[in-house]
Write a protein that binds this ligand. Structure first.
Ligand code: SF4
Length: 370
């Protein structure tokens, strides 16, 4: 099954789809069905086949198969308060030079820790740019804000759009002189590399919009080294061949990659295949996904330990919290204090601000330290 559309058509979405492939204890089946009712399950056959069903703690399984903990009501559906930085339908503008367009509420598979699960849980399709009129308004906003030099296409996953619509969006952005860089945030190289490998038209659209002085970046999202399969690496190579610049962001996830060896192996291999690790994100306190969180202090130590044995390129990444006030980088722990620096900030005055707070070993998010 090489065709990417076949992969989507044959995705595992229901309990029946799952039961055809694996035996689950009845109690687990019941809780799983409840979790799917709240936030859908969708797993491409390609990714499903990466799961080792003999291992109940398999990290790949944890990323896409729901568990009972999802039914917990702790956390928020908008932990980064994106509603407060949404300027018009589908347009977020938090940091001066960067605008974010939400262009899709669809993904090739759904991550159980998704911090935008509100798009599915609450059916917030009214937050997406999905018509020519929405796009026109979004582009007008960018035209009026000359300080914006880069636009990030996000969602959902922009690679779930039709080639034609993606081309239209990219054309619109390319017509704005001050937009020098376009970033596409996507997990499709992880879940569905066939979308890149088998679709020449898609690659040629990206290539056409990739200019020498106005580049296209793909910010991909690998969380475990087993996701870097031969197909995934081929997809990444093909993107590289059309001049796309590749960066990776990983989310630190309990039970998936919460140890130095796994992070080290992943970041090293990413750097070997031409993808520079960019951020290691602290998992947000998302309702239904809080069980994935690792305490901040533990996360910091995991990452510091992982860096031993990484090349300079592999450890370019920062361990960051994407907080409502900005991107807060962890800098150090010493004498009972946790040191941080604003890498990006909603308030421009805060960019680069260095500060410390008393260390709390059981803090999972910035607000827990206050
Ligand atoms: S691919 Fe991204 S947007 Fe889609 S479910 Fe995963 S984290 Fe959420």
């Amino acid at each position: 099954m090489d065709g990417w559309k076949d992969q989507l058509r044959n995705s595992i979405r229901t309990m029946d789809d799952l039961k055809k492939r694996v035996n689950l204890p009845q109690e687990e089946e019941k809780r799983l069905a409840e979790a799917i009712e709240i936030f859908p399950m969708q797993i491409t056959p390609y990714y499903f086949n990466l799961i080792n069903w003999d291992d109940p703690d398999d990290p790949i399984r944890k990323e896409v198969i729901p568990v009972a903990d999802e039914l917990s009501v702790a956390g928020s559906l908008d932990p980064s308060l994106e509603s407060t930085i949404t300027r018009l339908r589908g347009v977020q503008h938090k940091y001066g030079p960067t605008a974010l367009f939400l262009v899709s509420d669809m993904c090739s598979s759904y991550c159980r820790f998704c911090f935008r699960r509100r798009l599915k849980v609450e059916g917030k399709t009214d937050q997406i740019i999905e018509s020519p009129e929405h796009l026109k308004n979004a582009l007008e906003y960018v035209k009026e804000h000359k300080e914006i030099d880069n636009v990030l296409l996000s969602g959902g996953d922009p690679l779930m759009l039709s080639n034609g619509w993606l081309d239209t969006i990219l054309n619109g952005l390319r017509d704005i002189e001050h937009v020098r860089m376009i970033r596409i945030g996507t997990r499709t190289p992880v879940y569905l590399p066939q979308r890149i490998i088998a679709d020449e038209e898609f690659r040629s659209i990206i290539s056409n919009h990739n200019r020498e002085d106005r580049r296209i970046y793909f910010v991909v999202h690998f969380n475990h080294v087993r996701e870097l399969t031969e197909e995934a690496i081929t997809g990444l190579r093909m993107l590289g061949e059309i001049g796309v610049i590749l960066r990776n962001q990983t989310v630190l996830l309990r039970g998936v990659n919460d140890n130095p060896e796994t992070i080290r192996e992943l970041f090293n291999k990413l750097s070997y295949v031409g993808v520079t690790p960019y951020y290691l994100f602290q998992c947000r306190p998302i309702k239904g996904g809080k069980y994935f969180q690792v305490p901040l202090a533990e996360g910091y130590r995991i990452f510091e330990d992982a860096k031993k044995g990484m090349s300079g390129l592999a450890k370019t990444a920062r361990y960051i919290m994407s907080h409502t006030t900005g991107k807060i980088a962890t800098v150090g722990i010493e004498d009972g204090r946790f040191y941080f620096k604003y890498h990006q900030a909603k308030n421009p005055e805060d960019v680069g601000r260095f500060f410390s707070l008393p260390l709390k070993e059981d803090a999972y998010w910035f607000d827990d330290l206050m």
